[in-house]
Design a protein around this ligand. Structure first.
Ligand SMILES: O=C(O)CCC(=O)C(=O)O
Ligand SMILES: [Fe+2]
Length: 306
């Protein structure tokens, strides 16, 4: 744990209240075969955070591959060590959709789709599993973190018995800005009912702007709130993060856990990926599978009378 917390921590420009009843650290679980224990944690917390799930060197090799790509694509400050991932001011790598990093990177795929993680999910879910083919790259330079949301609104067209794996591809300090989750929010289904029933690629055919939504000129981005303090006031719970996410850590969470990320107060790029896992026999959200997953493409828009 850091000896002192940074004076200010912000999420989307809003300062987090760091008093002990509003802010704290994630529960850390050890990597075990005790699946009953893991299920209890998932039920109670909506997440399981495991330190040292992979050997550090294995994840470092993935980081090397991605920082090398960033260097070749001219996203790193010339003359600096690529491992430090120093950003060029004003030059953003891009969001998860359309991110220039390679979806087919062999080392990364071995990490997030390889036998170790799939084997874990097989035990955790109790049967053969599949993963979404799409990899969400987070390459967050200085500035705002990810807006607060639940994953369900982006990927809820198949089974909801679906889990996200958030994998830090580098040590992530509080200043660099990692994942943060709202304690107990996965149990707020009643309060979040209207939000959780939505789908970012669905629109109302009986509204004036239906054609703009159908074509993709307009799009709801799935944000639950841009104000971490206000949503905390309405849902309760502390904002939780890690004092330092480290190479080798694995964080898994469910579809209804409210989360976002801290703003990046450094001059470096925070690298992580998130990927998804489910039982193979259950229905899958077609937007995220296949050789070239369509994602939020216009063909995936669904209109209905509201
Ligand atoms: O890493 C981030 O900034 C956001 C991650 C996220 O939303 C997710 O893993 O589902
Ligand atoms: Fe998310």
């Amino acid at each position: 744990m850091p000896a002192t917390l940074p004076t200010r921590l912000c999420a989307h420009g809003v300062e987090i209240d760091q008093s002990p009843e509003k802010f704290g650290f994630l529960h850390e679980s050890s990597v075990t075969d005790d699946m009953a224990g893991m299920h209890r944690r998932m039920e109670e917390d909506g997440y399981v955070y495991m330190r040292d799930f992979w050997p550090r060197e294995e994840v470092q090799a993935v980081r090397d591959s991605l920082t090398d790509q960033l260097r070749r694509l001219n996203f790193l400050r010339p003359g600096t060590d690529p491992d430090e991932a120093r950003a060029i001011p004003g030059r953003e790598v891009g969001r998860a959709m359309g991110n220039p990093l390679d979806q087919k990177d062999a080392r990364l795929r071995e990490l997030v789709f390889g036998p170790k993680l799939l084997g874990f999910f097989e035990k955790f879910l109790g049967g053969p599993v599949r993963h979404f083919d799409f990899i969400w790259f987070r390459t967050k330079g200085p500035g705002l973190g990810s807006p607060i949301h639940c994953d369900l609104v982006y990927m809820g067209r198949g089974t909801h018995n679906l889990y996200t794996a958030w994998v830090p591809l580098g040590d992530v300090s509080l200043e660099l800005g990692g994942l943060m989750v709202l304690e107990g929010s996965h149990r707020q289904a009643e309060q979040l009912k209207a939000y959780l029933a939505r789908d970012v690629d669905a629109y109302c055919t009986n509204q004036d702007d239906a054609a703009e939504y159908a074509s993709g000129r307009k799009w709801w981005d799935g944000t639950l709130s841009k104000n971490a303090v206000a949503i905390q006031q309405s849902l309760g719970g502390r904002w939780l993060t890690s004092p330092e996410f480290r190479l080798g850590d694995l964080m898994i969470f469910n579809m209804t856990l409210v989360h976002g990320s801290l703003d990046n107060q450094t001059d470096r790029i925070r690298l992580s990926t998130d990927t998804r896992y489910q039982l193979a026999v259950e229905p899958v959200d077609e937007r995220w599978v296949g050789e070239k997953p369509p994602g939020h493409a216009a063909a995936m828009r669904r209109g209905r009378v509201c």
